[in-house]
Design a binder for this molecule. Structure first.
Ligand code: PHE
Length: 465
């Protein structure tokens, strides 16, 4: 391979970049409304459990594949297995392209809200949200800005681009969240919000709550599509993979958990319902900010949407890096050129998603599925990529590591940079999980999702009542 790959310059740089990939709209936008719909604290408890029991071992597996092969998501499977296993990588590539295509549009909403608040052209309420997403020229312009900025960072390479951005953005993000939480705690009824968030009512747990907690945990950690294989491929041999993975998981879970401490006091201070669905952040919260008064509302609102944009940004960077690394390694295209080509293609793929939230009637009611009902284009792509491809990818990755690459080789890779791992319970657990728990649960999610959404067969209800 003649093309220079580059790498992370420090271990903390890698951890921040990987945590940056994990921490995103999933933590701050999706997590709170899933908690709201899943009945509050009971969902939180399950989410935390799944992150550690199921996701952590897959995270370790992905990083190991990457570091062992020093290849992109497709090339890595060719090196460790055989050409025929490359399809797992291609599936990941497809997931990455599809996810970024609409994720960039949601990121553009967040960024657009920030700009509009800053320039005083912001209007609030559910209708305002609809009018905002319908204005495709405006959202499209923000989406272009977001994609171009993402591509700019990725084109600069690992140490000088991705790592550098993460080292600035991640600490900033953390400070912003803490600031917002402190403010949220001073609001009337903040305590009610915390109660909803933190006191579990296990009666609320149904099959579908378990299932969405599982899916959310997996998405939130950026697993199942090779993002962590790609980042792992830039990691040096002397880093401890298991320890790094634990730190990444903790940061991701930590930020999602903290996000609840700002969102729920905000929601309850207005006596609003926490189960507002995807509109919770974009339709409900602006009204809350407005009620805080002119100055406080604008400052807190702008701050909040800037935070959301930063969180999304470190994720779009990792999403773009997956196909870019593929082009660089497998087709020997120089990084800068590869980045701009891929970014342009993904932007175009995202245009129907951009138009499916009000601008186009046809795309707004794109398909009618037996179980999922009528979906707009963006939700349909989300269903395919997030809900169907990622668990399938995770299932295949776990099976690949345990039964094709094999346990002995996996263990050997984990031992590099981790002297005390050999023979520890942690090593036994990761092995056991990757061989049995992960394939079983991820395979099950995949089957349940397909049967439920596409065929209207409610397997969980049949099994669990
Ligand atoms: N984990 C990111 C989030 O929580 C989304 C993501 C998924 C990023 C897959 C990269 C790969 O928003």
């Amino acid at each position: 391979m003649s093309v220079q790959r580059g790498g992370f310059s420090t271990r903390i740089g890698f951890i921040l970049a990987a945590a940056g990939s994990a921490v995103g709209l999933g933590n701050i936008w999706k997590f709170p409304f899933e908690v709201g719909e899943g009945g509050g604290a009971a969902f939180v408890v399950m989410y935390l459990a799944f992150c550690f029991i199921l996701c952590f071992p897959v995270l370790v597996a992905e990083i190991s594949i990457g570091r062992r092969t020093k290849r992109n998501a497709v090339g890595a499977f060719k090196v460790l297995g055989h050409k025929k296993w490359a399809f797992i990588g291609y599936l990941g590539l497809a997931s990455g392209v599809l996810i970024l295509s609409f994720y960039n549009v949601v990121a553009a909403w967040a960024f657009g809200y920030f700009i509009d608040i800053l320039f005083g052209t912001f209007s609030v309420g559910g209708e305002a949200f609809g009018a905002f997403t319908k204005d495709w020229v405006k959202v499209g312009s923000y989406a272009i800005i977001f994609m171009v900025t993402t591509a700019f960072i990725v084109s600069r390479g690992i140490a000088g681009g991705i790592e550098r951005a993460a080292r600035i953005l991640m600490p900033t993000l953390f400070i912003m969240i803490i600031g917002l939480i402190i403010y949220a705690m001073t609001l009337p009824n903040a305590f009610e919000g915390l109660k909803f968030y933190l006191v579990p009512d296990f009666g609320e747990i149904t099959g579908s709550v378990v299932y969405s907690a599982l899916g959310q945990a997996f998405f939130s950690l950026s697993l199942g599509m090779g993002a962590l294989i790609t980042y792992g491929s830039y990691l040096s041999k002397d880093s401890n993979i298991v320890k790094s993975a634990a730190q990444i998981t903790l940061m991701d879970v930590g930020v999602a958990f903290l996000a609840g401490f700002m969102i729920f006091p905000f929601v309850f201070t207005q006596g609003l319902e926490p189960n507002g669905g995807p509109g919770l952040i974009f339709a409900t919260l602006p009204g809350v900010f407005e009620s805080l008064g002119y100055w406080a509302g604008n400052v807190i609102g702008a701050f909040f949407f800037l935070l959301l944009s930063f969180a999304a940004f470190t994720s779009t960077i990792s999403l773009l890096e997956v196909p870019t690394a593929y082009m660089v390694d497998e087709h020997e295209i120089p990084r800068s050129k590869a980045t701009w080509i891929v970014a342009a293609v993904i932007f175009v793929v995202g245009i129907p998603s951009l138009l499916s939230n009000g601008a186009s009637e046809a795309l707004g009611q794109f398909v009618s599925l037996a179980g999922a009902g009528t979906l707009d284009f963006m939700s349909f792509v989300g269903l395919i990529a997030n809900d169907t491809f990622l668990p399938l990818g995770g299932f295949l990755i776990a099976v690949f590591v345990a039964y094709v690459w094999r346990k002995e080789n996996f263990d050997k890779e984990l031992a590099e940079g981790a002297d005390d791992l050999k023979g520890s319970w942690l090593q036994s657990y990761v092995n056991f999980a990757v061989s049995y728990i992960c394939p079983l649960l991820l395979g099950l999610i995949f089957v349940v999702t397909v049967l439920d959404n596409f065929f209207g067969v409610k397997l969980l209800t049949i099994l669990l009542g």
